[in-house]
Design a protein around this ligand. Structure first.
Ligand SMILES: [Zn+2]
Length: 196
């Protein structure tokens, strides 16, 4: 059984700029406490040391924890923007793919993005049961994609297909490309018409 000792708790007074995992805004996090501990692993003679810092968000007031060793905030902030006026099913899938991205689960995030793009295309009048490439073509032909983005759209068609037909682990860059597309599409289809 692991033993915990060498524990310290000390007050700190630091302000750190970060994206708050609760409210999603870029804020000044007011760090007030740091705790460290060492964990001895019996029989091995080794010890692992951890450090966590706690702070309050200056905007929403909720606390976040910073894992100094892993260089990670808990809760993690979701990447990409919140989009207004999303139907509940679309909102739920968009949250899921942003959470997958935040957890470095890029292949999961791409597959959810692909599913979302197909779902939106069908909602906009594309025939059900078609393939991903044709759905991207549908969105492109019907002016739901930016005019000067043809090279980018080509890569999205390929990225979506690769993930489902071959076993390729997606990179962060592949995922950024498709998530930027999803975010733009959601804003064009749902947020913009309801904001004007
Ligand atoms: Zn906040």
């Amino acid at each position: 059984m692991a033993q915990f000792n060498d524990r310290t708790i000390r007050a700190i007074d630091e302000t750190v700029s970060c994206i708050c995992g609760h409210c999603g805004h870029n804020v000044a996090m007011q760090m007030f406490s740091s705790t460290t501990y060492g964990k001895h692993i019996p029989g091995t003679g080794t010890k692992i040391e951890f450090e966590y810092k706690i702070g309050w968000c200056s905007l929403c007031g909720k606390p976040s924890l910073y894992d100094v060793n892993a260089k990670k905030w808990l809760p993690q902030s979701k990447p990409y923007d919140d989009v207004k006026f999303l139907p509940p099913d679309i909102q739920s899938l968009y949250d899921e793919l942003r959470n997958a991205y935040a957890a470095n689960a890029f292949s999961c995030s791409i597959m959810a993005s692909r599913k979302l793009i197909m779902h939106i295309a069908v909602n906009l009048g594309a025939a059900p049961g078609d393939n991903f490439k044709n759905y991207v073509n549908f969105l492109d032909k019907n002016n739901y994609t930016p005019k000067n983005a043809s090279g980018w759209i080509d890569k999205i068609r390929d990225a979506g297909n690769e993930q489902n037909h071959e076993l390729i682990i997606a990179s962060k860059d592949d995922t950024d490309r498709i998530l930027k597309f999803v975010q733009a599409l959601l804003k064009i289809v749902y947020e913009l018409p309801n904001s004007l």
